[in-house]
Structures are given as C-alpha cells and as structure tokens.
Design a protein around this ligand. Structure first.
Ligand code: URP
Ligand code: ZN
Ligand code: ZN
Ligand code: ZN
Length: 488
C-alpha cells in the first residue's frame, strides 16, 4: 500500500530560501512543494500552520553500538536512531571501526549491527592501521560499498593512532579515490605524556582528562594535518573541532584558499569544563570525551565561527555510556570511556542557542544541521532538502513551543545526559522519516529494519584534472604566503 502525506500550511525552509508552501509526499519521496496543493481523501493531512517545515537533521558524526575502551556504547542502531528521530534528526553517518585494522571485516560487523535501523544512515570508515591490504581495501570500500570518507586518528596512542608517514599515505590514497580524508586532530604522543604527568602528580579524577590534553595539542595536530593535506593537495575534514586553537588553523587555511572543512560538535558549542570539577565523580565523569570539553570561551568562539562561515556544519560525536561504564575510571581518568550524548538533543539546542539568540537565520540553521552535510558527503539533494524528488525526511518545528532535556525523559538507554535540566524555545513536534510519521504527540512509532543504507559516491568531479595540475600546484606552494588578517 502506498503512503500519501500532505503537510499543509507551513513555512518550508531550505538552506537557500524559505516559502509558504505545502509539501506532498508519496512512497517516501517528496513529489511537490507548492502553495495550495489539493488532494483526495486517501491522503493523510498534517497541519503545519504557523510552523517551520524543514529537512530532518543529518548528523555527520555518531558512534552507535561501538566497542570502545573496554566496553560498548549503550545505544545501538535502533535505540540511538529512535532517540535521534524524537529530536528531529532523520539521518546519521556512523564510523565503521575495522576489526584488527581490517576494513571489510569491520564493515560486515557494522552491516549486521545496522540491520535494526529505523532511520537512514551512511558510513564513514575509520582507519586504525596502515599497510598494503588496508590501502587495497579502501579502494573496494569506495568503489563498491558506498563509503566516501575515511577517518585517521592522530591520537589514541597504542590503539588507533597512526604517525605522519602513514597519514600521508592515507591522504594520497583518499585523493586517488576521490574520498574525503577526516582527522581526529590531537597530538597523541603529547597526550600520552600529559596523562602520565597527571597521574604522577596524583591527579586521577576526571579533571585530569582535560588537563592532560589542552587546546594547544589540538591546534598543533590540526595545523599539521592541514599542512600535510596541502602538501598532498587533497581536501581535509577536521572532525570534532573543540577549541579556538583548532578553529583558527582552519580559518587561516580557508583564507588561503585551501579546501578544509571544520566540524564542531554540540558538546563543544554548548558546554564548558566547569562540570569536570564536580566533586561527585558520576557527574564529572559524564563530561569526559576527546578532545575534551574546553574552558569557557571556546564554545562561544566556535558558535561565532559557524555564523561567519569559518566552520561549516554541526555534528554530535554521539558516543553514549551509562554511569556504571563511566565508573570504570573511578580510580584513574584514563579508563573513563570517552564520549557524550547529543544525537537527540542537537536540533533543539542548536535552535535555542543560535537561532533563538539571533546569531543565525532559519535558513542557516537548515544548512548547518542538514544541507551542508548532504553536500559534503555527496548525497544532496536526495538528502538535506525539501524539493520535489528528495527523500521525505522532514520535521515540523514549532518555534513557539519549548523543550526540556532530562535523562528521565530522553530516549537514549543511558541514565545520564550532559544537558540535564536544559530548557529552551522551539520544539520538533513531528518527524517524518522515509515518508512515514515516526514522531508525533511526543510518541515514537519506529520500525526496526525500516531505515535504509545511503550509499555515498566518491567526489570524482571535484578531483577531476587535479593530478595533471599537481606539478603546477606544488610549485605554487613555494610562493610567499599572503599574511592572514584576523577578523576576530
Ligand atoms: O570521546 C569521543 N569523542 N569518543 C568517540 C571517539 C572519537 O574520537 O570520536
Ligand atoms: Zn553490540
Ligand atoms: Zn575522534
Ligand atoms: Zn567520534
């Protein structure tokens, strides 16, 4: 049976414009976006008068059902996605973690985990070691498996971390495949040393986590990755930008015309490290993530960088543990599983802190939470738009209602929430995913297995001709660099 849906009377917002229009949906696809659409009585009508009709959020950075630091995230593909849908996000891109460095084995594991999906998803691939086999597998993953981005870890010494030599190999490989290289930018050797120093000083609590890996180490690694990407002449995506230090490196490179994308995440935009000094371990440990939540000042600067275009899209790095798991590090912060929530909270908190506060427009909101992600990962306008032909992933947002966040009412399986007690203006009243109403009247109607895998094609058009231009490009790097004029 076909599902027909008419969203009537709302203000349709895309990243490039907003209009008063109705949206007609059939079998999961948007068929028409125009005023006063007339339909028969076999069509379900959803009233959106006085509300915004926007593309569902796309979260570029999540970790569901991930084995990490001796434990496993509490939210799997079903529970994490259900929570996201309740918060107005209709697609996410998760990171496949290889098995002993093996990409295809890792992908099989993740394909299984994702079978219970109730919303659409895509994959990035983490690269956790480097050799000829991995290099060959990257090719298969891009050409046959619908993955167009790879994350390299400059931190997590002893497990995921790779050195500069191997990062260069990875960048070259990404370039040859038309894939996007992503980096976790912290200096892993220095972090390792910083952690030892904290323990020697007797600082074993959650505050030791932040003290051991200050912003300067994020700035250094970001700068290094940017320069190596310039040397290879390939685009770079910096995940979880948490500090002014990293952001300013991205700003500088972009001013010089380098293709660098910066992804701040919800926790970095909203939180500061004051929570880490809470004498209650459970409360302090819930903020532990990497790179760490920074001192006050960084978050506001990252918000400003989004509003001026220095940073391009907002993720969450959703990686959720419960208080029992966080307690694994009660005697030593190095064993606190790293990660915080955000998938369910992102759309509400970004609206409240950036649109409601007057920093960005409603169209900017759509761009930063949805459209830009679809563009960067090459799935626009199927995703990230309310246009005829796009997937029917839509939210109805009431700017005059309000939200409140608590672990007692959220949809994650965790007993903790880093945004506990936050309230604000605006509410996702209806979420439509793949043409079905999945969230309405504060109720979820999700079906395991209904979410589809979204293949992301490589960026051949962006890379076309670059190899021939390389010699010229490399010689241009010898020219004196124009001085960066700070705008801040
Ligand atoms: O603390 C974090 N961010 N956990 C997830 C893994 C990562 O580095 O993104
Ligand atoms: Zn599992
Ligand atoms: Zn990371
Ligand atoms: Zn992450």
């Amino acid at each position: 049976s076909s599902t027909k849906l008419l969203i009537k009377g709302g203000t349709v917002v895309n990243a490039h414009k907003q209009d008063n229009a109705d949206v007609y949906v059939e079998d999961g696809i948007i068929v028409a976006v125009e005023p006063n659409i007339k339909v028969g009585d076999d069509v379900t009508v959803v009233d959106a008068t006085g509300k915004f009709v926007m593309p569902g959020g796309i979260d570029p950075h999540t970790h569901l059902d991930m084995e990490f630091m001796g434990t496993e995230t509490v939210d799997d593909f079903f529970s994490g996605q259900a929570a996201a849908l309740a918060g107005g996000t209709t697609m996410h891109i998760d990171f496949v973690i290889p098995v002993n460095g093996n990409l295809m084995e890792g992908l099989e594991v993740y394909e299984k985990k994702a079978k219970k999906s109730c919303m659409d998803y895509g994959f990035h691939m983490a690269i956790t070691k480097w050799d000829e086999v991995v290099s060959k597998e990257m090719e298969t993953v891009v050409k046959e498996k619908g993955i167009n981005s790879f994350k390299f870890f400059m931190a997590y010494k002893g497990s995921f971390m790779i050195n500069d030599e191997l990062l260069l190999e990875g960048l070259k490989k990404c370039k040859s495949l038309g894939a996007l290289a992503m980096v976790h930018a912290e200096n892993g050797d220095a972090v390792y040393e910083g952690q030892k120093r904290m323990i020697e000083l007797g600082i074993t609590g959650p505050e030791g986590h932040a003290l051991s890996r200050p912003p300067v180490l994020e700035g250094e690694a970001t700068s290094r990755a940017i320069r190596l990407a310039a040397f290879v002449n390939t685009p770079l995506y910096v995940v979880h930008v948490m500090s002014i230090n990293a952001m300013e490196e991205i700003a500088k490179a972009r001013k010089l015309g380098q293709r660098v994308i910066g992804e701040p995440i919800l926790s970095g935009l909203l939180l500061d490290e004051s929570g880490l000094w809470d004498p209650d371990f459970t409360n302090a440990a819930k903020y532990v993530m990497s790179p760490p939540i920074r001192a006050s000042g960084h978050s506001k600067a990252l918000q400003a960088a989004l509003s001026t275009g220095v940073l391009q899209l907002i993720g969450t790095d959703n990686c959720v543990f419960n208080s029992t798991q966080k307690a694994l590090g009660v005697d030593d912060f190095r064993y606190i599983p790293n990660g915080v929530n955000g998938m369910e909270e992102r759309m509400h908190l970004v609206w409240d802190s950036m649109v409601e506060s007057g920093q960005i427009s409603v169209t900017d909101y759509v761009r930063l939470t949805s459209t830009e992600c679809a563009r960067i990962f090459n799935i626009y306008p199927r995703k990230g738009a309310i246009l005829a032909g796009s997937d029917a992933d839509i939210i109805i947002f009431n700017p005059n209602s309000s939200f409140e966040i608590s672990a007692s009412s959220h949809h994650s399986r965790s007993d903790i929430n880093v945004y506990e007690g936050r309230k604000g203006k605006g509410k996702v009243e209806v979420t439509i995913a793949g043409g079905r109403v999945v969230w309405e009247n504060d109720e979820l109607k999700v079906i395991p297995g209904s979410g589809k895998y979204v293949k992301m094609p490589p960026f051949s058009y962006l890379f076309h001709g670059i190899d021939k231009a390389d010699a010229l490009y490399l010689s241009s790097l010898r020219a004196p660099v124009k001085r960066f004029k700070s705008t801040t």
